[in-house]
Write a protein that binds this ligand. Structure first.
Ligand code: B12
Ligand code: SF4
Length: 549
């Protein structure tokens, strides 16, 4: 890794390596010494790329809240510090919502929100704060983030947070990179995070989703995934049961979104814990799970327990057969098998989103896109979610191979959300052909014919309408407009075409203008040079070409 897993954090790990019900070790228990200085800590969970007034953001953004920023809040309070917490949905005035004087600011951000995070760090540093970045962007691009934060944290346990709190000093021009050796063995549950969950839920007027977690890592090894190298590890099922009971006391009919990378690996233990805690079907659950875990007996059980939305990953018609239980079947055979399976799931669960990755190296020609269209026809009740192949820095070992083959483009982070840019040059397509296929598939999937078929195939009103709304909003029509714009420019905008062909690193104005407009007033706080990053930093660090301190 680029940074050190520093000694004292490692030494403290044993203090955090077991589970605590509603009780996190205080500063004394961690250090056997008194609190040095009571800090004014602020925690910001970024669930958007910039300020917005959009209706969709008002209704939905708070439901994208992450768990870890809330966990960090609990851990900082356990050490005796004052914590202000904001889930930033794009509507809040952060300067208004946070105290005038902040000593230490934690920001949790995805890569798509990196510029917002960099701008906020700059703004709060100018007011005297020390800043810390955590979350997917920190894990994937620590080399870049260190330029704009005093600390960049990767895997985070209570020891890492303790070390930051103890040190709490500016580290400039390059921040410190801290990372735990493995995922934490335990995390504070909903009961302890409630003081941060409740105000976040208040921002979501209609649909309120409580984020929960029962496991970390995954036993599968999908080469493009961040969890392909993180061992599967269940969290304490006792905490989970307690949280579900607690939630029933707080909300009339709670909705829980499981953030487990792959829900239900220890299926019986998990479902036993849920069923022991609350009467069947009194909480609505949403989970991402692989098809291989969704056998019919498992589906019966999931329905009984109240699962309403499942998001299985299909990813590819030519790879990852173990994950979809299709073994060596590929192509049309796999389409039929997966479609039958998803139609079975739809008999038990009202809403299913099937996830696909477009542009994998195993894809060539029009066949993969045509197969996905066949799947759309054969499985009209499922909502297909498409992601363009993206190499998020250090996220997956496969990214090293892309970087070694010089196939990674330096698209600004703002566009790395699986859709607005594909930062890996396709192996078997020209850019123009690739975008033609993506546009063809998107048009097909969100054509009125397909939208109507999806509506009719749905069994319940809310899922049926959800599918229509998603088709006519940013996911369907919005993406189509964007892809069409990029495709047009590949013909008409020479600078953009040269950028795609890696003949120049000069960022096309088209992208710069979008960042500027999305950041609004915060554009002025974006540090100079932040729009550019080294797309090969992971490879260079591995080859010892970058400083590691
Ligand atoms: C659950 C999940 C979601 C959920 C919940 C999102 C959320 N806000 O947390 C939903 C479905 C909403 C979602 C949406 C998206 N997701 Co998502 N999601 C995941 C998933 C499966 C698990 C993440 C998780 O919560 N793990 C549990 C936590 C406890 O562990 P962790 O993530 O490893 O975090 C550790 C450290 O990073 C650190 N940490 C994490 N956050 C913070 C915050 C602070 C302040 C600190 C100090 C530390 C810290 O502590 C943790 C413990 O070590 C991952 C894939 C994976 N297998 O990890 C993708 C993943 C995070 N998602 C990804 C993407 C791209 C997206 C979307 C952009 C997809 C899209 N086009 O819509 C959106 C963005 C949503 C948003 N802006 O909030 C990418 C992120 C890549 C990147 N660098 O940005 C991932 C890695 C998948 C991938 N492609 O490889 N996602
Ligand atoms: S099954 Fe899902 S979480 Fe597991 S490695 Fe594959 S993509 Fe990642």
């Amino acid at each position: 890794m680029g940074g050190a897993s520093r000694g004292s954090a490692a030494a403290l790990r044993s203090a955090t390596g077991h589970s605590f019900l509603n009780q996190w070790p205080s500063a004394e228990r961690l250090t056997s010494g008194p609190l040095l200085r009571k800090l004014r800590v602020a925690v910001i969970d970024l669930v958007t790329k910039g300020p917005t007034r959009a209706l969709y953001a008002r209704v939905m953004n708070a439901n994208l809240a992450s768990i870890m920023p809330q966990v960090v809040g609990v851990w900082c309070e356990a050490e005796g510090h004052d914590v202000s917490f904001v889930c930033y949905t794009g509507l809040e005035d952060l300067v208004e919502e946070l105290p005038e004087k902040v000593d230490l600011l934690f920001i949790g951000a995805f890569t798509e929100a990196a510029f917002l995070a960099y701008a906020l760090s700059n703004l709060f540093r100018s007011k005297g704060a020390v800043t810390v970045l955590g979350g997917p962007h920190a894990r994937c691009y620590p080399e870049d983030a260190r330029k704009y934060f005093d600390y960049v944290v990767g895997l985070t346990d209570q020891g890492v947070i303790h070390e930051v709190l103890q040190d709490c000093a500016p580290h400039r021009p390059m921040g410190l990179h801290l990372t735990a050796k493995r995922q934490p063995a335990a995390l504070p549950g909903v009961r302890e995070r409630w003081k941060f969950i409740e105000p976040t839920l208040r921002k979501s007027p209609v649909f309120k989703l409580v984020p929960m977690l029962g496991s970390l890592g995954c036993p599968y090894t999908c080469s493009f995934c961040i969890d392909s190298v993180v061992p599967y590890q269940p969290l304490d099922f006792g905490v989970l049961s307690d949280d579900l009971r607690f939630l029933r006391g707080k909300l009339r009919r709670p909705r829980v979104g499981w953030h487990d990378p792959n829900f239900g690996v220890r299926f019986d233990d998990y479902l036993n814990a849920i069923d022991a805690a609350v009467p069947p079907d009194t909480i609505d659950f949403i989970a991402e799970s692989s098809l291989s875990l969704l056998s019919e007996p498992h589906l019966k059980r999931l329905k009984h327990s109240g699962f309403k939305v499942l998001l299985p990953g299909v990813e590819s018609w030519y790879e990852l057969g173990n994950k979809s239980r299709t073994g060596l079947n590929t192509g049309m055979d796999k389409v039929r098998q997966v479609s039958e399976h998803v139609n079975t799931i739809l008999r038990y669960v009202p809403y299913v989103q099937t996830n696909f990755v477009l542009g994998l190296d195993s894809d060539a020609g029009e066949e993969p896109f045509e197969l996905t269209k066949k799947f759309v026809d054969l499985t009209p009740g499922a909502f297909p979610g498409y992601s363009l192949l993206s190499a998020f820095g250090r996220a997956a070992p496969l990214n090293l191979q892309y970087q070694r083959a010089n196939r990674v483009l330096p698209f600004p982070f703002h566009f790395l959300d699986n859709n607005h840019a594909m930062n890996v040059k396709p192996k078997n397509y020209s850019w123009r052909d690739f975008y033609d296929h993506v546009i063809g598939l998107t048009e097909y999937t969100f054509s009125w014919r397909a939208v109507a078929a999806r509506f009719c195939a749905g069994r319940m009103m809310i899922p049926r309408f959800m599918n229509v709304v998603r088709a006519v909003s940013s996911e369907g029509s919005g993406r189509l407009r964007w892809y069409a714009q990029v495709r047009r420019r590949l013909d008409t905008d020479r600078g953009l075409r040269r950028y795609f062909e890696q003949e120049t690193d000069e960022l096309p104005d088209f992208y710069r203008h979008h960042v500027r407009s999305d950041l609004g007033p915060l554009w002025h706080w974006l540090p100079a040079g932040a729009l550019d990053h080294d797309a090969n930093a992971y490879r260079k660090a591995e080859e010892g070409q970058l400083p590691t301190a």
